[in-house]
Ligand binder design. Sequence first.
Ligand code: E4P
Length: 242
Amino acid sequence: MKTLTGIFLDTGNLQEIRTYHALGVIRGVTTNPTILVKDGVLGGWEGIEERCKQIARMVEPLPVSVEVTTNDSDEMREQARRFHGWAANINVKIPIHGPEGETDNLRLIHELETQEDIRINVTAMMSAQQGLLAAMAGATYVSLFAGRVNNMGYDARQELRRLRQLLDACGSPARIIAASTREALNIIEWFEAGADIVTVVPQFIETMLVHPYSKETVRQFLEDGRTLQREGAPDVTMTGAH
Ligand code: E4P
């Protein structure tokens, strides 16, 4: 059992990253082409490079995942080298296989990790067996899209537990990322199931943090604090927890 790493923020929005990084609660950032489009990255490669470098600088030395935008092996290799050159804390996301099940990606992942010392986050995985192969190929991070697994009617926690056991049994140093959170509860559940890292969209950090009863409790403390500070204050009403 490895030490839990924590939350990777799943966004390309600079303001969100600044906010949650400043709270000290994130341990990395993940992006993908869909996220970067949604978060308004424009200007082709210049725009991508600028945004990814900004994110990397903002959270340094925490890791930032940037995904390849092609299915061609040579272009993927070239993009991986390029992303790696942008910042030391950028790692490269490569899907487990191509859109038609092409298997070249695993060879590339193996070569980039073992021959070029580039950290790879293998993405778009739905099963423990895919995760095992990605780890065997030498990937630093193996991302199981747990929310999408749940969407298909399976319980992603079973796959996470299996993957955890398999990687522990073979002494793999790969870090398990549980991705695609769909509700706040996923985060704790997936850590409990063995994930090292869970990717979290910013709104769920807010959901984890803010509790209605904590709000009420703090309101009471503040109210009594004001009473306490007034000269000749009467007894403080102790209506809540002490
Ligand atoms: C993780 O690496 C992905 O960027 C992300 O979690 C995918 O989330 P989605 O399934 O909501 O697109």
